[in-house]
Ligand binder design. Structure first.
Ligand code: HEM
Length: 476
């Protein structure tokens, strides 16, 4: 099996890419990227589409429908042509397991995610591979232990309550914008600290610019008004803030994630460097923000479409005492938990996850050469008939212990991914989602216009309502 390539003029020896990723040796990884040719995928089925753009437009228009059509035509393996090259989709639970478990170190995260993150979210945890990833993840995990999340809950609850209380009764609003702003404010406090004061707005704007930069196709910093250039400048603004605060945070007792990161140490008692703190914090803001906004959008759409279910959640929430909104209390919100899970099943924020094959491999009767870019899709297995009863129907009770439909295969339900890179913030996300719904449903009824008969969403780059999700919030 090949796991290295000849370096041409760059070095004398071939680059052992697994080793370079293991050590996070960026110069060698960059050399590898420069010299590695695109693989020959001519034997893999797939529609060609338009010259240059390939299948990009139908995929962007309606990813779910595109995926179903491609599956019906080609089966669980097909390639997709796009301006950046070719991507092979591997569908089904077996594909999810092989790729996400990645037992034989066949797949790299860095070489798949780099195209999205380079220059904007450099050196983040998601794109680290193998032992380098394991080391970093072990350190970061400390910031997501139960006691830490209990502190985060205390910080986020008053901000969510106060933001929700400002909703005008009876008014229809673009729910996505409302959630985005509220979760940005919450994120600024929980991630960066309670005392950032008037800088919060500037930092939020910078952060939004970085996120927008990830979708810029051309990535030219020289074009100063391009989304990418604005994103790079946003990154510099946040970096400046973070660097200026690190010394003070090392001796402070704040419960925010930034302060916690300043104090974390590795096995040798070494702190993260200022650059590492900056890179991890900026990425966490990103990983946490749009994903939770997306989840709450789809959850609210589902609740606005199912009044009875909304009432059941409300009853569950009134049974809790406001003053003791603690993790133990949130644990008792079982129906709320199943509702969020069902929204994540039907509308997973990340509808596909990319990887890059370092070596050749076989799957479903196909042979794939080394350097094949692949993707697995939660969306596909979240609707697979064999695993779910009536997958097109909103039915949170499928997650109740007596049904536990999600347990029919370990890799059928993967809104948070799986294997070594499984989402580090899944408990945080659940706590934030439940806390938001707790404050909302105890005070407001959520409704939608009768003409809105389906959730009008798209999945790329992340799952979001196309129309901003107009919903009405009426005081109880
Ligand atoms: C409902 C909300 C969320 C969803 C659906 C979600 C989904 C995911 C998915 C699918 C992955 C794996 C991607 C891959 O393997 O390619 C991931 C990774 C990650 N997520 Fe989340 N996420 C959510 C919220 C959060 C939050 C709130 C945080 C932080 C507070 C967070 C931090 C991370 C981190 C650090 C990783 C990388 C883990 C690693 O590589 O070891 N996520 N997330």
């Amino acid at each position: 099996m090949k796991s290295s390539v000849e370096t041409g003029g760059l070095e004398n020896a071939p680059i052992d890419i697994v080793n370079a990723l293991d050590q996070y040796d960026l110069p060698r990884i960059r050399d590898f990227q420069k010299i590695t040719p695109a693989p020959d995928l001519s034997h893999i089925p797939g529609d060609r589409g338009l010259p240059f753009f390939g299948q990009m437009f139908p995929l962007l228009r309606d990813f779910h429908r595109w995926l179903d059509r491609q599956y019906a035509k080609h089966g669980p393996v097909f390639k997709q042509q796009n301006p950046l090259g070719e991507l092979v989709f591997l569908l089904g639970t077996e594909a999810n397991e092989m790729v996400l478990k990645n037992e034989s170190r066949t797949f790299s995260n860095f070489l798949a995610w780099d195209v999205t993150f380079r220059g904007l979210f450099d050196n983040n945890l998601l794109e680290r591979d193998f032992s380098d990833h394991k080391r970093k993840r072990r350190i970061l995990q400390a910031a997501f232990k139960r006691e830490a999340i209990e502190t985060h809950l205390k910080m986020m609850s008053p901000i969510l309550r106060s933001g929700i209380n400002q909703l005008c009764s009876g008014k229809t609003i673009r729910t996505k914008d409302f959630l985005k702003n509220l979760l940005l404010d919450t994120g600024a406090q929980v991630f960066l600290g309670t005392d950032i004061g008037p800088q919060a707005d500037k930092l939020n704007r910078s952060f939004e610019a970085i996120v927008a930069g990830t979708t810029d196709f051309f990535r030219l910093e020289e074009i100063w008004f391009s989304p990418y250039a604005k994103g790079v400048r946003g990154n510099r603004t946040i970096s400046k803030f973070i660097f200026s605060e690190i010394d003070a945070r090392r001796c402070s007792d704040g419960g925010d994630i930034f302060t916690q990161f300043c104090k974390l140490t590795d096995d040798n008692g070494e702190h993260f460097t200022p650059e590492e703190i900056r890179d991890h914090i900026i990425f966490l803001l990103f990983a946490a923000h749009d994903t939770t906004t997306s989840t709450l959008c789809s959850t609210l759409y589902a609740l606005a479409s199912n009044y009875e279910w909304q009432e059941q959640l409300r009853a569950e929430m009134f049974a809790l005492d406001d003053r003791d909104l603690e993790l133990a209390g949130l644990d008792r919100l079982a129906r709320t938990g199943w509702t969020i899970k069902e929204a994540l099943r039907m509308y997973p924020p990340l509808a596909m996850m990319p990887r890059y094959a370092l070596v050749e491999f076989e799957f479903a009767g196909h042979h794939f050469p080394a350097h094949t870019p692949v993707a697995v899709s939660p969306l596909f297995t979240h609707y697979e008939e064999g695993y779910w009863d009536q997958p097109g129907t909103f039915d949170p009770l499928r997650f109740a212990p007596e049904r536990s439909e999600e347990k029919r295969h370990f890799y059928q339900y993967i809104p948070f991914g799986g294997g070594a890179h499984k989402c580090l913030g899944l408990h945080f996300a659940e706590v934030q989602g439940k806390t938001f719904l707790y404050h909302l449903l105890r005070n407001y009824r959520v409704s939608k216009d009768k003409t809105m008969t389906r959730y009008n969403y798209n999945n790329v780059p992340l799952t979001f309502p196309r129309d901003g999700l107009p919903l009405t919030f009426t005081r109880l």
